[in-house]
Design a protein around this ligand. Structure first.
Ligand code: PMP
Length: 354
């Protein structure tokens, strides 16, 4: 072992693929589920105003400006139900750090968000993937577990499928689990229900949210947790002191107050999603009906990897995903109508060449 080796548990970590974030402008970017539209105008003016604020001082460690606004907008009893973070990935990190130690285990459905596994690995903990049943349903055993099971994570809507597990089933699963159930609602604004009410009724149901998707703020990095106040207080003790910077907090606060803007942008993107789904179906794809800002599709030709490469050469980035023991397919983010049409045209061209 050399003087600069990382812990053995970390030696098999792979880098995050930087190719997914090329310099802006060159590609039609439909690979990382960002919002194709700029954030609400009030966000831009809030950042501009804040730029002449106290940048020489550390920010409020609890981002209370945002938490007060979010509690009000989301109809929560108070800001003490919210923990703010530097993106919801940081919130997930705090949760795994808090609950899952060495020799313990977290659970996730399969296929779903790969980061959960990475976070377990970093902790020196283990993870267990429970495959979705046909039709993206969850088996009842997703809600069973022994003492070593310390955290269960469920993206809802799920990525890459865009499918949802109904609130009633989430409530049943949480009742039988021996640990917290985190409902990762990164994409929930594109769906027609959410689990915030469940958090009020059950102390082991937690919800995470992000401003990266529906609010168009992926470049800002802001996410949050909704949980019962006693848990929020405990988790606050193990986060970085100043995890949300001042400008991001101001921007996120303006964004969460822009509910009319949000409704309009979601309506527009969901209409584009419907168009995409029917265009892909017409081209022979098996399309999973989506409740998120992306669509998961598979073509009978199986030429997913080739199609992904072809599109890349045409300056269109989508996501090729290959899940061992499960299969592969394509996840295409919802762009503007124009971006989406350009992507569909290229896909048609590729299929015609087969
Ligand atoms: N959860 C899921 C399911 C996601 O797909 C993503 C985006 N990669 C995140 C959380 C993280 O979002 P962010 O860190 O940008 O808030």
């Amino acid at each position: 072992m050399s003087k600069t080796d990382l812990r053995p548990a970390l030696s098999r970590m792979l880098p995050y693929t930087p190719g997914e974030q090329p310099p802006p402008g060159k590609f039609i970017k439909l690979n990382t589920n960002e919002n194709p539209y700029p954030p609400p105008p009030s966000v831009v003016s809030a950042i501009r105003d804040a730029a002449s604020g106290p940048l020489n001082r550390y920010p409020d460690p609890t981002a209370s400006l945002f938490r007060r606004a979010a509690a009000e907008v989301l109809g929560l009893p108070g800001p003490d139900w919210i923990l703010a973070g530097n993106g919801s990935d940081e919130i997930l990190t705090i949760l795994v750090r808090g609950f899952v130690g060495e020799g313990q285990k977290l659970r996730l459905p399969y296929p779903s968000y790969i980061l959960y596994r990475t976070l377990a690995d970093i902790q020196g903990a283990s993870w267990e993937q429970i495959p979705f049943l046909d039709g993206w349903h969850l088996p009842a055993m997703f809600g069973e577990g022994g003492n070593d099971l310390r955290l269960v994570l469920l993206p809802n809507p799920n990525s890459p499928s865009g499918t949802v597990v109904p609130a009633e089933q989430i409530e049943q699963l949480a009742a039988t689990l021996p640990c917290p159930l985190v409902v990762d609602e990164a994409y929930v604004d594109f769906a027609d229900f959410n689990c915030l009410d469940l958090v009020r009724r059950h102390d082991n149901i937690l919800v995470t949210r992000t401003l990266s998707k529906s609010y168009g703020l992926a470049g800002i990095r802001f996410g949050f947790l909704v949980a019962q106040p006693s848990l929020v207080a405990k988790l606050s003790n193990i986060k970085d002191s100043y995890n949300c910077d001042y400008l991001a907090t101001v921007a996120a606060t303006a964004a969460i107050r822009s509910q009319d803007w949000l409704k309009d942008v979601v309506t527009k993107m969901n209409a584009t999603r419907s168009r995409m789904q029917s265009q892909l179906t017409d081209m022979g794809f098996n399309v999973t009906p989506s409740h998120a800002n992306f669509v998961w599709c598979q073509h009978p030709s199986g030429r997913h990897a080739d199609l992904h490469q072809f599109l890349k050469k045409q300056q269109v980035l989508i996501r090729y995903m290959d899940f061992p023991d499960w299969g592969d397919g394509l996840r295409i983010s919802v762009g503007t109508d124009q971006q989406s049409d350009a992507c569909m045209m290229m896909i048609e061209r590729f299929l015609q060449s087969l």
